[in-house]
Every structure is written in C-alpha cells, then in structure tokens.
Design a protein around this ligand. Structure first.
Ligand code: CDP
Ligand code: MG
Length: 139
C-alpha cells in the first residue's frame, strides 16, 4: 500500500529567484497538506550527508556546493500516494524534459539548479524528513 508522506526542499536557486510563494501555492493546489515547514540553510557537511547516495556521481561536488550556497525551504508533505504524486507535480530532473504544468517546468533553470527536491521512496522520505525535523515539528 502506498504511504502518504514525502519530503521536499525548495532549493537555493528558487529561493534566490523569489519563488517560495509560487512553489508553495502549486504544492497546495496539488492537494498536499503541510506537515512540517521551515526556512533553513544546509552547511556543506549537511549537503554532503543528505546527498551521500550520489557521492560517486560526477555532479556530486557541484550539487553539494549549490545546495549549501543559500537558504532553502524544507517541508514534509502529506497526501494519498504522496511520493509518486509529488514526483509527477515536480516533473523531470532536467527542466528541458519536464512537462507543462510541473514545478520544474515553471521554475527550474537547469538540470542542476532545478528548483525543488522530491523524495524517491517511502524509506527515503522518512530519513530525509527526520534529517530536518524533530518529531514535535511534524503535525
Ligand atoms: O532530484 P531528482 O530525484 O529528480 O534527481 P536525482 O537523480 O536524484 O539527482 C539529485 C539532484 O542532483 C538533482 O535534482 C539535480 O539537482 C542534481 N543533478 C545534477 O546536477 N546533474 C545530473 N546529471 C543529475 C542530477
Ligand atoms: Mg532523487
């Protein structure tokens, strides 16, 4: 059975470009309830730990520099079938491949600076949510 929580970040590019409100609005319009929410910033060490699964990929260094360069919005979201539905809402990793109406189509500027993160599995959503939020911050 599909579980109902996912984890997202509005990435530094989208925060810098003033898109927090626009992206949160698309998330709300998509039927997601906000369980946790904050403006925060990853240290380089935080970003390396968060993206450890990509440590051997050629883009890892650039990714962790980017993700720690400015504030992000972190959030836990709830909806039936949250993981899959949120991946549909954000669109493809590369905005050139993202379909019309998706967050990345509207707000991403490149495959690296692609505006938002979305968890890829229930297990990762739980780990990523716990990385940012204590139990008492999850509503
Ligand atoms: O974020 P998503 O799950 O769609 O993609 P990923 O394959 O898990 O990669 C994580 C992040 O690394 C992406 O969102 C991009 O910011 C970055 N990335 C990149 O810079 N260059 C790539 N070729 C692939 C990913
Ligand atoms: Mg991913």
């Amino acid at each position: 059975m599909a579980t109902n929580r996912t984890f997202t970040m509005i990435k530094p590019d989208a925060v810098e470009n003033g898109h927090i409100g626009g992206i949160l609005n698309m998330i709300a319009e998509g039927g997601f309830k906000i369980v946790s929410l904050k403006l925060t910033q990853l240290t380089l060490a935080d970003a390396k730990a968060f993206y450890a699964v990509h440590a051997t990929r050629p883009f890892y260094g650039e990714l962790v520099e980017f993700m720690s360069r400015g504030p992000i919005v972190a959030a836990i979201l709830e909806k039936e079938n949250a993981i899959e539905d949120f991946r549909t809402l954000i669109g493809a990793t590369n905005p050139a491949d993202a379909v019309e109406g998706t967050i990345r189509k509207k707000y991403a500027t490149s495959i690296g600076e692609n505006a938002v993160h979305g968890s890829d599995s229930d297990a990762n959503a739980a780990v990523e949510g716990a990385f940012h939020f204590a139990g008492r911050e999850q509503f």
